[in-house]
Design a protein around this ligand. Structure first.
Ligand SMILES: O=C(O)CCC(=O)C(=O)O
Ligand SMILES: [Fe+2]
Length: 252
């Protein structure tokens, strides 16, 4: 049985475990006044109410990061501005066979960075002012720097992501991954590595969280060493979800 550790929470809800990281109550403005591809002139994030997800070596923090109106704006801008990889860059190789990924994907980041998963390497496109502003806002509030973002677009509940760990060798070891969710709320499930499949060594309950519109999930060390995560299909859900995972990659 899946175990719910976090109940659905609205934007108006007051957090129970108030655990702010760095406070950022002032308005963040693009220093260059660069609005060429971004209708959003500023983001305001007032010390969000963090909740801590704890398990055996599970170490995550979760909050509703952007207000509903700001998240709505960002979602709209994503749909207007982002384009996704096609062709070979939109495939994975599993057991020697190429498959289309069951969602759309694109990466942006510092020059020269790329992301390798399931035997495919996706180069980062340059930061746009819009994406840089989101990255900088998350860095300002969390106190962590990122140089890469992987963006996944799920057109509806049929699109999904299978169980995996974000443990690629290109990632800076021990650095958190910040996962921003926009649009359709979806279940996100953590499974402990020792409790998967027929040969499970022990029985640790999975941890399920419904990722809300505008929410941020910080996956801190050592979560990705011990726990797999997935975004399973939810065929009745009809709306688009966009997820951005901000990462710190090793520069070669
Ligand atoms: O869409 C999600 O929330 C999952 C994203 C994820 O796990 C990844 O990009 O590695
Ligand atoms: Fe992941």
């Amino acid at each position: 049985m899946d175990k719910f550790v976090i109940r659905k929470r609205s934007h108006d809800d007051e957090g129970i475990d108030h655990k702010p990281k760095r406070k950022c109550s002032e308005t963040l403005k693009d220093e260059n006044g660069d609005k060429e591809d971004c209708a959003i002139s500023n983001f305001v994030v007032k010390s969000p109410a963090w909740r801590h997800l704890k398990g055996q070596n599970l170490n995550c923090d979760y909050c509703v990061f952007f207000s509903k109106s700001c998240a709505d704006e960002i979602f709209k801008e994503c749909e207007k501005l982002l384009t996704y990889n096609e062709g070979q860059l939109a495939k994975v190789n599993l057991f020697g066979k190429w498959h289309d990924i069951p969602r759309k994907q694109v990466a942006h980041g510092d020059e020269g960075l790329s992301y390798t998963f399931s035997n495919n390497t996706v180069p980062a496109r340059p930061w746009t002012p819009f994406l840089k502003k989101i990255k900088d806002t998350i860095s300002e509030v969390t106190g962590h720097e990122f140089n890469f973002v992987l963006i996944n677009r799920y057109k509806d509940g049929k699109d999904h992501m299978g169980e995996h760990r974000d443990d690629e060798k290109d990632l800076v070891q021990g650095h958190p991954i910040a996962s921003l969710s926009l649009g359709q709320p979806r279940d996100f499930i953590f499974k402990h590595a020792d409790s998967r499949g027929k040969n499970a060594k022990c029985n640790i309950d999975p941890v399920k969280i419904e990722l809300q519109h505008g929410s941020l999930l910080l996956m801190n060390h050592p979560t990705n060493t011990f726990w797999y995560h997935s975004l399973p299909q939810r065929k009745k859900l009809l709306n688009v979800r966009i997820n951005m995972t901000f990462r710190k990659m090793v520069k070669k």
